[in-house]
Write a protein that binds this ligand. Structure first.
Ligand code: SF4
Ligand code: SF4
Length: 172
């Protein structure tokens, strides 16, 4: 993508700041008569499919979610790619193997408190198992509650993020 450069010229000679101040005041007064968009949270809440000023972008990267198969088992095959790529080193994976040689996670945990929500784990996962979600209401009273184990990750039901699409840079 080509980057446009705008060259700003410094004003020459005497400059009056009254005009700039009036322009700023005009903008302030204009906003006084526009509809307010402050959400009265938590009385008012948004949802993943909300539209308008409270909409959450579908590419929002929030609380993780592990996808499951028809039997309710995690789709993770314990390949180890997500803990390898995670820049915050907040994914703990202990792989296991069943009698048929199929790998699965014995332990899979994500520390949501350390996570920087980059979305790399979702991008790298070959099974489309782990996702960042269109969700943000994950406040807790203790730090230990931010460590999501496999069961908790799999029980999440919120929509998953579409991440950033170069063909749709504004997420529309
Ligand atoms: S979103 Fe990024 S920081 Fe968070 S667990 Fe995934 S790879 Fe790690
Ligand atoms: S990248 Fe996917 S399949 Fe591999 S360990 Fe992570 S969640 Fe499991």
């Amino acid at each position: 993508m080509a980057i446009g450069v705008k060259v700003m010229k410094r004003p020459e000679g005497e400059t009056s700041y009254v005009r700039a101040a009036l322009r700023g005041m005009r903008l302030t007064f204009k906003h006084m008569f526009q509809p307010k968009v402050t959400m009265q949270y938590p009385e008012e809440r948004t949802t993943a499919d909300a539209r308008g000023p409270y909409a959450i972008a579908p590419r929002w990267r929030g609380t993780h979610r592990m996808m499951a198969d028809e039997q309710g088992r995690s789709k993770c095959v314990a390949c180890g790619l997500c803990p390898q790529i995670c820049p915050a080193n907040c994914i703990k994976l202990v792989p296991g193997e069943d009698e048929h040689g199929n790998r699965y996670p014995l332990i899979y945990e994500i520390d949501e408190f350390r996570c920087v929500f980059c979305g790399y784990c979702q991008e790298v996962c070959p099974e489309e198992a782990i996702h960042v979600g269109v969700h943000f209401e994950n406040a807790e009273y203790g730090r230990d509650r931010f460590v999501y184990d496999l069961e908790r990750l799999t029980s999440q039901t919120h929509p998953v993020s579409t991440l950033w699409d170069p063909a749709d840079p504004k997420g529309e």
